[in-house]
Design a protein around this ligand. Structure first.
Ligand code: ADP
Ligand code: MG
Length: 322
């Protein structure tokens, strides 16, 4: 996955809040990111930290309270214009292949639908040919096209979802935990398919996951989210080999390793649950679970600033590689 220099997707200062009774829940709290052509940005963080909300903001499915999204240097259009214009640039693959495909449509019609909506100039025969191509591209026999989603396994359904996302040849695909609902044995196949598509078609991904296990394989850069904010961002090897934020360290230490002697120090292990986004702690939101927090961490919010290793980190006391 080579990374060119042209930015295909840029977000700045994204904020999204929801009303929760009389209270305000902050799901995304000032997120910016840049995605270059052909690049995969992995976004990780525990459940509830705002990853899916960020995905919907990037897709233009929801409007941010504040902040901007640009695709290919142009602001994300809104309303029906968004639907018609941005679909050609950015598409999404959803977490749950059981609910994201219409059960009453054949898988052939599901993959064909983007052409019905957007590519009215293609003849019927040309559409059929494109649908068959897309099936083959994702490793499904075109003979399957008259069957319904319920007749397929989770992994096959996710391939249908990927074929649908590819139909209009988007430059960016946002994958929101695309393998989380699949059997472990099938996860690697779907990840390999996504990796192949990136190298063959030059697609850029925002690849969201709550665990780190597939991230190193697929990502060029990693952004780590905690309670609606990016707390660390950088090249994948740097983030994995020398994390600078204690939260990143803890996430990495939480990944099971085959050899216990290889595991990281206990100091980084995550304690307790993520606080409620209704009551985000003052200063650094991670301080209530951080093994090295000090008074200053409650008083001042650390900004995301250039770290030592070529990425960015939001911590008053970033870890140094040993
Ligand atoms: P993640 O994908 O990282 O698990 P989400 O973006 O789904 O996180 O959710 C972030 C927070 O925002 C959660 O506390 C969730 O309950 C809340 N949230 C998400 N969508 C809505 C919504 N439409 N209305 C109210 N709260 C929401
Ligand atoms: Mg989610």
């Amino acid at each position: 996955m080579s990374a060119g220099s042209d930015v295909v997707l840029r977000a700045e200062g994204l904020v999204k809040t929801y009303r929760s009774g009389r209270q305000t829940l902050t799901a995304v709290d000032g997120v910016g990111l840049e995605l270059r052509a052909g690049e995969t940005l992995g976004v990780v963080g525990e459940s509830g930290c705002g990853k899916s909300t960020l995905a919907r903001l990037l897709m233009g499915i929801e409007k941010p309270d504040r902040g901007t999204v640009e695709i290919d240097g142009k602001p994300m259009p809104s309303g029906r214009r968004r639907f018609l214009e941005s679909s050609r640039h950015i598409q999404m693959v959803f977490q749950d292949p059981y609910t994201s495909l219409n059960p009453r449509m054949t898988v052939g019609d599901i993959v064909r639908e983007p052409f019905e909506i957007h590519a009215s100039k293609l003849s019927r025969a040309a559409r059929d040919a494109r649908v068959a191509e897309l099936f083959e591209r994702v490793g499904l026999s075109p003979d399957n096209r008259h069957r319904y989603p319920s007749e397929f396994s989770g992994g096959q359904r996710q391939r249908v979802g990927i074929a649908r996302a590819l139909a209009l040849e988007p430059r960016v695909i946002v994958c929101d935990e695309p393998v989380a609902a699949l059997d472990v044995s099938v996860q690697a196949q779907v990840v390999n398919l996504l990796t192949d598509l990136s190298s063959d078609l030059g697609i850029s991904y925002v690849f969201i996951a709550h665990d780190l296990s597939v991230m190193r394989q697929i990502s060029d850069r990693i952004a780590v989210m905690y309670l609606g904010r990016i707390v660390e961002e950088g090249p994948v090897d740097r983030v994995f080999d020398a994390p600078e934020h204690p939260y990143t360290r803890a996430l990495i230490d939480a990944v099971p390793v085959p050899d216990p002697e290889q595991s990281g120090s206990d100091a980084g292990l995550l304690q307790g649950d993520v606080p409620s986004p209704l009551r985000i702690p003052s200063g650094c939101a991670f301080r209530t679970r951080c093994p090295i927090a000090q008074d200053r961490c409650a008083a001042d919010r650390p900004p995301l600033s250039p770290g030592a290793g070529g990425g960015s980190v939001a911590c008053h006391f970033p870890l140094v590689a040993v």
